[in-house]
Design a protein around this ligand. Structure first.
Ligand SMILES: Nc1nc2c(c(=O)[nH]1)N[C@H]1C(S)=C(S)[C@@H](COP(=O)(O)O)O[C@H]1N2
Ligand SMILES: [Mo]
Length: 233
């Protein structure tokens, strides 16, 4: 959990806006039904289950202020999220459906835009990990992950999957290929330990990534504007 005025983690720089961001391939991709929560959950379950607003609404709603840290070195402090704890979703809705035998250790989260990220189940059970549908007192907009996104403040932004449509519970990492180049994806990506990627030390990735921030923000802004123009036409 992050306090608004705690020092920033190593290598991070504060921004006072919250840009739409990601890998460039995802800039022009948006969810078709941003108002409808539907997350298909499967893998090591006896049968699939789709999480929707009604099911999630049975769980406690939590509000939380937390900082957001993109691996490319920008941070935005003090975002106010609202949603449900991943731990409650897991314990109340998913764990009861697990197959007996092997234990679930890894969770793959998939967005409607084709994005995906994985985290150890243990990391997702931390109390500050949310499935959020509101940001700063308003329904989550398309730019920031409507209808539902993962908020995992201790992990770099690239683990915080937007436009969530799928949750896959796995008993091992075997056969799972992370998205994108291997060096860009750390198994845990903890911000405090500067786990930016693999094979290359975090402090070096800082310098490789920093020049990408400005053009990437601009690219994502152009894509959002183009979508609005299309929508109005
Ligand atoms: N579905 C989806 N989730 C995603 C991404 C994406 O492109 N698509 N980009 C990731 C990255 S790298 C970051 S930094 C954050 C950015 O979140 P924001 O656009 O709300 O600032 O989303 C993460 N989750
Ligand atoms: Mo990021």
């Amino acid at each position: 959990m992050t306090r608004p005025h705690a020092p920033l983690p190593p290598g991070q720089r504060e921004r006072d806006d919250f840009p739409r961001f990601g890998m460039s391939a995802f800039a022009p991709r948006f969810p078709a039904e941003p108002a409808r929560i539907a997350v298909r959950c499967g893998g090591a379950l006896q049968h699939e289950i789709t999480l929707d607003a009604e099911l999630l609404g049975r769980l406690p709603r939590v509000e939380q202020r937390s900082d957001f840290h993109c691996v490319t070195t920008w941070s935005r402090r003090g975002l106010l999220w609202s949603g449900h704890r991943f731990a409650d979703v897991y314990r109340e809705l998913l764990q009861p459906l697990e197959r007996t035998g092997e234990a679930v250790t890894l969770v793959v989260l998939r967005g409607e835009d084709g994005y995906r990220a994985e985290l150890p189940l243990a990391d997702l059970l931390a109390p500050e990990v949310l499935l959020a549908d509101r940001l700063d007192g308003k329904p989550l907009g398309v730019d920031h992950g409507a209808p539902l996104r993962l908020v995992a403040p201790a992990h770099y932004g690239y683990k915080n999957v937007k436009h969530l449509r799928g949750i896959e519970l796995r008993v091992s990492r075997e056969g799972y290929r992370p998205l994108g180049p291997a060096f860009m994806s750390h198994e845990r990506a903890r911000v405090a330990l500067e786990e930016r990627g693999r094979f290359v030390p975090g402090w070096l990735l800082r310098h490789l990534y920093r020049p990408l921030v400005r053009p990437t923000v601009a690219l994502f802004e152009r894509a959002s504007r183009a979508r609005q123009v299309d929508g109005a036409a």
